[in-house]
Every structure is written in C-alpha cells, then in structure tokens.
Write a protein that binds this ligand. Structure first.
Ligand SMILES: *[C@@H]1O[C@H](CO)[C@@H](O)[C@H](O)[C@H]1NC(C)=O
Ligand SMILES: *[C@@H]1O[C@H](CO)[C@@H](O)[C@H](O)[C@H]1NC(C)=O
Ligand SMILES: CC(=O)N[C@H]1CO[C@H](CO)[C@@H](O)[C@@H]1O
Length: 475
C-alpha cells in the first residue's frame, strides 16, 4: 500500500520555505527605507497618493528626494520640440554643513531643452519658498505646481522664467559627464573604433546663452492612462510598494497644444519664438530618492499615419536593496560571496505602453502584465554623411504571445542634450543623462499576427544610460 495520506514532508517544508522567502523579500522591500531611517514620510505619501501619480509627493519629506514633471511639446509639422521639466530636489541633511552650491541645497527648478536652436539645458533654480504644489479639485485629477513666477498644471503651463535665475553647469561637472558618456558608448559599441571615433562618439557641448522664457501653452483632449484597482498607475501593482527608489507616472499620453513660447535675451529682445498651436504634447513624471542604475527610455508620438498614437518604453535596472541601507551592508559584509550576493538583489523592470488612437486603446506590455522582452539589439554605424548613428531594436510580447511589438529607434550619436538629475552619492543635482530629441522610431504592433499599427514616429525622445550589458543580461 502506498502512503499517500500524509502530506509529504519535503514539499511542506519547501512551501514554508517558499512562503518565508516571499515574506522576507516583501519585508526587505517594504522596510529597507525604514531601516535606513529616512523617507518614512515619503512612503506614507506614496500610499496616500496611490492613484494620483501626477501629484506632488514631497510634502514634509526629508531628503534625499526629487520629483519632476516632464512636459514635452512637439512643434506643428513635427518641426522640433521644446521640453520643460519643473521639479524639486531635496538633498539628504548635511548636518549643518554650509554649501554655496545651489544644486546641493533644497530647491525648486525648471529645466528647458529645445531643438532646433539647441543650447545647453537651461536650468532655472528657485528657493524652496518659491515652490508650491496644490491638488486640483476637478474630478479629483487636476494639480498645480508653482515655481517662481511660472505655473504648471494638467491643462497647460504659464511660463515666466528670468535669465537671472539660471544656474550654470560647472566645467568640472561637464567634463566628468562627458567622460562617463564616452566610456559607456565605447563599451556598448566597440565596433565604432575607427580613427577619430573618440571625437565622433563624444557628447556635444552646446552653446551657453542667458535666456528668459515667457509664454503659455494650453493642452486639449489629454489621453490619460486608464487605471484600475490592480493597475492604479503605469507602475501596475508595483505602485503598492511604498519604498521603491523611483516611481514613474504617465500623466498625458497625448494631447494637442495651442499657444506660444518666446525665448528672450537677458536684455529682453526676442531670441526665438515657437508657435505651438497645432502641436502635440506628452507628459510624464518621476519621483523618489534615486534614479535607476542603468536604463533605456523612449517616448514617441507624432506618428506619420496614425496621429494621436503614443508609445512609452522604460527598461531599467532596479535595485531591491538600497545601497546605503543596513541590509545591503550586512549582505556585502559576508566573506567571499558578499558582493556577488548583493549583485543578485536587482531586477530589470520594464514599462511598455502604446496608446493606439484609431481604436482608442492603451496596450500595456509591462513586466507586471506577464509580458516579456524577447530581445534588445543595438548597433552603431556611420551614415552617408559620416555621422555616427545608433540603432536600438526592442521586441516585446505579451503573456499569451498573441501581442507582439517591434520597436526600432534610430538616433544620431552625440546630438543629445546633457540633463542634470539627482545623484545620491554626490548629494546634489548633476549631469546624469543625455537626452536625444530627434529620434526616428518605427513601430510594428501585431495581435494574433494581424498588424494593428505599423507606423513611424519622429521627434521622439530617447535616453540610454549606464551599463547596457548588465541591463540586457537581466532581461
Ligand atoms: C505636514 O506637516 C504639517 C505641519 O506639521 C501637517 O499639518 C500636515 O498634515 C503634514 N502633511 C502630511 C502629508 O503629512
Ligand atoms: C477613449 O476612451 C476613453 C475611456 O477609456 C474615453 O473616456 C474617451 O472619451 C475615448 N476617446 C474617444 C476619442 O473616443
Ligand atoms: C494584460 C494587462 O493587464 N493589461 C492591462 C495594462 O494596463 C492597461 C491600463 O490600465 C489595461 O487596460 C490593460 O488591460
């Protein structure tokens, strides 16, 4: 007779083992910041604003903390784009140490980048007393952020940025960033080692100009991300974890724009004016304590055939233990295996959303929907004008393998604008990413082998940051 009546010990044991591992992991991710002794308030805000990714999450929060709203406006006929990033940065407490470096103090900022007529990222800084954020009332969605004399909200922005508030990037900062960007490119594209290639691979230094910005832009017919209980934001169920390092929010997948943006010299004469009536826009945001280690981010609208469609892809190496935390110090102190073990505590997360305008559907091929990134291929070559180009091809399928998306992004190397971001190790805002504003993107999206969208977007934005080998090996 076979003894089948007793629950077999080994599997009972492994179920317990499994359960406690899951609980341990959950405990680690929930409590790592509590163990760090910081950002308790941030976790509380994250839970309170679970369904409101567009809102300010920094009320009463101690540093390190950052939050930024990304407003992209594409000019009519996709002739270029202008991007505004209002936000706030709070470094971790310096224990009374004094600093005269604005980017190392708590401050509000507005970053401005544009193409054509590109200049270096204009960085307007304001004391915290000139930053305020209020939740909107209308259907519980609206929000307003005021920085200095400018206002940013869900239906547009009123711009009034004085050249006097500009803070320049230091030469040290610039050259440190250039060296890092070059190193990363050489690792990713060893095939571009032809004579003179170093120079061709370099990030360009853009002219510096003291400019003021005035004007206003109004958004029409914003397409929001359709949330639900399980997927309250584009982060999906991850939105319920209150202590992640970085949260992403999709505020407007697509909208149309009216208005004008005028750039002036410090003396007040017109430098350039962009008419944005008939333009298109997109808005997302980020907040948290740190950026991911390595990431690819791509956002494309302005599709040639299916106007109103919009694609967002974000693939990032996400640490599960904060580097300075007690647990990661404990793990890394384990002899021999410590640093290897610590390197296992990260995962490659990805968010992929495609709003398809003709069918008014948002397709969601993010990690939490069970989707898979089949491949990330990258290639670099010289085009007919001897200009170095980078091509990144990403293929994603959904859980049932019925939906398939192939995205091919093509961008000129070294034509992006270096942007500041929070650098936790340095406890300040410093150049962290080069954003390319002139990316061509081909998308083929099929359902059950039938083509739903086959189109090309232009004036897309793209960032490729950090160790791509590690990112790709994690998928
Ligand atoms: C922030 O602090 C103020 C004053 O202590 C308090 O009234 C307010 O409720 C706090 N806000 C949050 C979100 O905790
Ligand atoms: C698209 O669908 C959403 C609901 O998911 C609806 O609120 C909106 O009005 C629709 N837009 C159009 C243009 O039909
Ligand atoms: C497979 C899946 O869960 N897809 C969902 C992704 O998120 C969008 C927006 O909330 C939903 O509409 C999809 O059903």
């Amino acid at each position: 007779m076979k003894t089948k009546h007793l629950p077999p010990r080994p599997s009972g044991w492994s179920a317990q083992w499994f359960l406690s591992s899951v609980l341990l992991l959950l405990g680690i991710s929930l409590s790592k910041d509590i163990l760090d002794g910081t950002n308790f308030q941030l976790s509380a805000n994250n839970l309170r604003l679970l369904n409101r990714p567009e809102q300010f999450h920094g009320e009463n929060v101690t540093g390190p903390f950052f939050e930024g709203w990304y407003y992209k406006t594409v000019l009519p006929k996709a002739a270029g784009s202008v991007i505004f990033i209002p936000g706030v940065f709070v470094p971790k407490s310096m224990n009374g140490e004094e600093t005269t470096d604005t980017r190392q103090q708590p401050h509000g900022f507005v970053m401005v980048i544009r193409d054509p007529h590109t200049v270096e990222c204009l960085y307007y800084a304001y004391p915290m007393s000139e930053f305020s954020a209020t939740p909107g009332t209308e259907d519980g969605y609206g929000f307003t952020v005021r920085i200095g004399k400018s206002t940013f909200h869900d239906k547009g922005m009123e711009l009034n940025l004085d050249a006097a508030a500009l803070v320049r990037t230091t030469d040290d900062d610039t050259s440190a960033f250039m060296r890092k960007a070059l190193r990363e490119r050489q690792v990713l594209h060893p095939e571009l080692r032809f004579p003179g290639s170093e120079e061709k691979l370099l990030t360009r230094e853009w002219p510096r100009k003291a400019l003021s910005v005035r004007g206003s832009v109004t958004f029409l017919d914003s397409v929001r991300f359709p949330g639900s209980k399980l997927i309250p934001t584009v982060m999906g169920p991850f939105a319920y974890l209150p202590a992640m390092e970085c949260y992403h929010g999709l505020v407007s997948q697509y909208h149309q724009t009216t208005g004008a943006i005028r750039f002036e010299t410090a003396e007040g004469s017109k430098e350039h004016e962009f008419d944005v009536t008939g333009g298109e826009g997109y808005m997302e945001k980020d907040h948290g304590i740190n950026f991911p280690m390595n990431w690819i981010w791509l956002q494309a609208g302005s599709f040639a055939r299916e106007k109103g469609s919009s694609l967002m892809m974000s693939i990032a190496d996400v640490p599960l233990l904060s580097k300075k935390g007690m647990l990661s110090r404990m793990v890394s102190s384990i002899p021999v295996y410590g640093s290897w073990l610590l390197s296992k505590f990260h995962m490659t997360g990805f968010l992929v959303t495609l709003h398809h305008s003709r069918t008014n559907t948002t397709h969601n091929l993010s990690l939490y929907t069970g989707s898979r990134i089949k491949s990330i291929l990258s290639d670099a070559y010289l085009n007919a004008d001897e200009k170095p180009m980078q091509e990144v091809e990403i293929t994603v399928t959904d859980f049932w393998r019925t939906k398939k998306m192939m995205v091919r992004a093509k961008r000129p190397i070294g034509a992006g604008v270096p942007l500041p971001g929070p650098i936790v190790e340095a406890n300040r805002m410093a150049l962290i990413v080069e954003e390319t504003l002139t990316v061509d993107v081909d998308v083929v999206f099929t359902v059950d082998g039938v083509i739903v969208l086959e189109d090309s977007g232009s004036i897309a934005g793209m960032e490729v940051v950090g160790d791509m080998k590690s990112l790709i090996s994690g998928i």
